[in-house]
Design a protein around this ligand. Structure first.
Ligand code: C2E
Ligand code: CA
Ligand code: CA
Length: 760
């Protein structure tokens, strides 16, 4: 096909050379041989695509019909109409030529249709504005002169008008498609639209020249018709990269509105001096209004996203930051803490809260928590202290810049404040709390570790009735026991006891598997499979995380290469711990690994949590940028569970975000969660990022996500993570069924989630 395309381009170049050198001369060779050759070759290439490639076959079939029809029209015109004297107008050939437009419209519509699902509203508006501005431009410059020059019978005027009008429609349709799809549009579509724009421009120039009495053959626009055929053939065979979704720069999002603005103003300015059709002026004015509306929408949209973001980060009952919101603030404190300027994390848990709840009822429990929150708030030293409610009766307080003694003081003040009785619904309630303290960075510089240690200390405070106490490695982690466990996980990591299971990432709504995520398990002799949540903390404590990462990367890349060799090139996503992302040697090691297994970088993806990026943002950015440059896709994992901020999403160079399970689980019966999911999807798309929803356990959730425009999802609904060979069986078993969510039979059938629900 490549050589046929090259031959086609060569033929067109020959045509152009003849055109430039001999102008109106050598007409037979040029117009009867080369022009026809280009048209026939292009039609052949498009027909070949219809036959050989299944993707988007309907659109290409319609296009092929159009090309064949236009060949037919050329033949009828050349053989039957042109030789007559006088040449009749309009003739059968015109009927055929005009019918061809229907095929062009149909093909554009079919190509664009499938891709419009996740387009945000503001971008639709951009499309509409661009069409108005384009219409105004074409109306002002082309249509007016053509119209005023038309003479003849009613039928001939109608037919002559039909051509330019059909061309304008075609141009506008192509412009609309490109603006709305923007960088999402695959290369095919760009070539296709370029072909349509080229043909439309040639036609309009022809009509304008004709009505002005200028030359209509052998001029510059004569080269455009065959050029548009060449572009169609290229569009048919240009390679489609694997699901690459380039992320538009923010500036790119502004190109369409900006150009529309300039064009509309241009038309209005011209109207003040020349005669311009009223319709064009009206369109330009409407386009201007549209641009204003677009501005207003952008402002409102940003506001809504910030709202959703704030709601997602606050606890309704106490109006304090929730676990998410607390994480954001706490991470900043952790990042700023050093041994010289330490911080402290206090974790507070009410003693006997359950009894209050049980004896006085939920409502009283809620009141107590709200009052409690107020009292804790009053003990804060400065606005830099970060307070949050982690859930239930658990509160956390992160103090920047404190000595251990000062942290103790704060704990004492807190305990004293809580000892004063609360009056709840007229009942006096005595309360007390236990407080655990972890020091930053002495006891860890990762929030999860600090929370765990503060929790351990708090538990000891509660059991031993201490009021408050600070984490103590000696006391809290019985030395011998720990040594023993470290030896065990060392054996796990270095002795080959780690195995990977794979869970598919599935495209919505078609249900095709687009990638898999590798999840590590410890196949512990005598214990069965141990899940990451139960041993990764140990691995981290023992300093074995880098070793584990190396083992996992090696195994994942080996598996990806094996699948590729078996003819299923499945991208494999690997989870990296946050420390790996600030390791400047990582990109080289990954490059080596890929080279050793001859694996294309596009088949490796990397998932990192937001925490990773807060540690050392500049370094993490640099490492990620290098990985991305190699062609590795980067995802932000557990998006929304921690420190998500709009600001940092903007500056990050990542390809996709994975919406945390905790948003997806409550979606069905919690409108707030659903609205957060929806805005996050919109936000991701507005920034040109892909989005994967995690933790999809039911058909309803899958369908709901799909209706929000979410492109990809993962979850037990499709399957639990499976060992490589089981995953292969699973994929093979599905391959001959239809998994499109939009066509799923709700009463069972192809997608029975219970069928594959064990992570064996
Ligand atoms: P993650 O990266 O968020 O991985 C997704 C987790 O969600 C997996 O748990 C998966 O089994 C689980 N999951 C998938 N679908 C559903 C669903 O529909 N419902 C529910 N309830 N859960 C679902 P898993 O395998 O236990 O892994 C837990 C975490 O351990 C991972 O969270 C990841 O952070 C970490 N992890 C796993 N493998 C590795 C690894 O190789 N390296 C590192 N550094 N971390 C890993
Ligand atoms: Ca993950
Ligand atoms: Ca996740």
């Amino acid at each position: 096909m490549r050589w046929t395309v090259v031959a086609l381009i060569g033929t067109w170049l020959a045509y152009v050379v003849l055109l430039v050198l001999w102008g109106p001369g050598l007409v037979t060779l040029r117009d009867s041989v080369l022009y026809v050759a280009v048209s026939v070759l292009a039609a052949g290439l498009v027909i070949a695509r219809v036959v050989l490639v299944t993707r988007e076959r309907p659109a290409w079939t319609v296009l092929a019909v159009g090309l064949v029809l236009s060949l037919g029209a050329m033949a009828v015109y050349g053989l039957a109409v042109a030789p007559l004297d006088p040449e009749p107008f309009p003739s059968v050939a015109d009927g055929l030529f005009l019918t061809v437009y229907l095929a062009w419209y149909g093909a554009v519509a079919l190509l664009v249709r499938n891709r419009l699902r996740d387009v945000p509203r503001s971008v639709w508006l951009d499309g509409a504005v661009a069409v108005l501005a384009g219409g105004a431009l074409l109306g002002a410059w082309f249509l007016a002169p053509i119209r005023s020059a038309l003479t003849g019978s009613l039928l001939s005027v109608m037919v002559s008008t039909a051509y330019p009008v059909a061309d304008v429609l075609l141009l506008l349709l192509a412009i609309f498609g490109l603006v709305v799809l923007g960088s999402r549009a695959p290369r095919t579509l760009w070539w296709f639209a370029a072909a349509m724009v080229t043909a439309g421009t040639a036609d309009l120039a022809y009509w304008q020249s004709l009505s002005a009495g200028g030359p209509v053959r052998g001029t510059w626009f004569s080269a455009l018709w065959p050029a548009s055929r060449v572009m169609l053939a290229v569009a048919a065979w240009v390679p489609v990269p694997e699901r690459a979704r380039r992320r538009p720069a923010i500036a790119m999002l502004l190109v369409a509105p900006a150009v529309s603005l300039v064009v509309s103003v241009g038309v209005l300015v011209r109207a003040s001096e020349h005669e311009v059709p009223v319709a064009a002026v009206a369109m330009a004015a409407t386009a201007l209004l549209g641009v204003l509306l677009r501005l207003a929408m952008t402002v409102a949209e940003t506001g809504r996203m910030m709202d959703a973001h704030r709601i997602a980060a606050t606890d309704e009952l106490t109006d304090l930051p929730n676990r998410r919101g607390f994480g954001a603030g706490a991470a900043r404190v952790i990042a700023a803490s050093t041994p010289e300027n330490p911080g402290a994390l206090l974790m507070l848990d009410l003693d006997g809260f359950k009894e209050v709840n049980d004896s006085l009822g939920h409502h009283a429990g809620d009141r107590l928590l709200a009052d409690l929150a107020d009292r804790i708030r009053d003990t804060l030293r400065s606005p830099d202290d970060v307070l949050g409610r982690l859930g239930g009766d658990e509160f956390a307080l992160m103090l920047p810049g404190v000595t251990p003694a000062e942290a103790d003081q704060v704990a004492l003040r807190l305990a004293a404040a809580l000892r004063t009785r609360f009056i709840i619904d007229g009942v006096s309630v005595q309360s007390a709390a236990s407080i655990g303290i972890a020091l930053v960075p002495e006891h860890g510089s990762e929030l999860s570790l600090l929370l765990r240690r503060a929790d351990i200390a708090m538990y000891r405070a509660k059991v031993d009735h201490l009021g408050h106490t600070t984490y103590d490695a000696e006391r809290d982690q019985v030395g011998e026991d720990r040594l023993h466990r470290v030896a065990e996980v060392r054996q796990a990591v270095e002795g080959g006891e780690l195995v990977l299971h794979y869970q598919p990432k599935v495209a919505l709504p078609e249900g095709t598997v687009v990638a898999v995520e590798a999840l590590v398990r410890w196949d512990r002799p005598g214990h069965g499979l141990v899940f990451p949540d139960d041993f990764l903390p140990l691995v981290e404590d023992a300093g074995l995380m880098p070793a584990l990462t190396a083992v996992v990367l090696e195994a994942a890349v080996t598996q990806a290469a094996a699948w590729r060799a078996e003819g299923i090139p499945l991208p494999v996503a690997v989870n990296l711990p946050s420390a790996a992302v600030v390791d400047e040697a990582l990109p080289e090691r990954v490059a080596d690994l890929l080279a050793r297994h001859s694996l294309p970088a596009a088949l490796l993806q990397i998932e990192i949590t937001e925490e990773a990026l807060l540690r050392d943002r500049t370094r993490a950015q640099a490492v990620l940028a290098r990985l991305r440059l190699m062609g590795i896709r980067i995802s932000i994992d557990d998006y929304g569970s921690g420190y998500s901020s709009l600001a940092y999403l903007r500056e990050l160079t990542v390809d996709e975000i994975k919406l945390d399970k905790s948003f997806v689980f409550p979606m069905a019966d919690d409108a707030r969660a659903a609205s957060i999911v929806r805005s996050t999807i919109d936000l991701a798309h507005a920034l040109g990022l892909g989005i994967v929803a995690e933790g999809v356990e039911h058909l309803v959730a899958a369908q709901e996500l799909s209706s929000y425009g979410c492109d990809t999802a993962q979850g037990y609904f499709w399957t639990r993570p499976l060992p490589a060979h089981r995953l292969r069986e699973w994929i093979d078993a599905r391959s001959d069924q239809d998994h499109d969510l939009d066509r799923v039979d709700l009463l069972g059938g192809a997608l029975d989630p219970s069928a594959a629900r064990a992570d064996p």
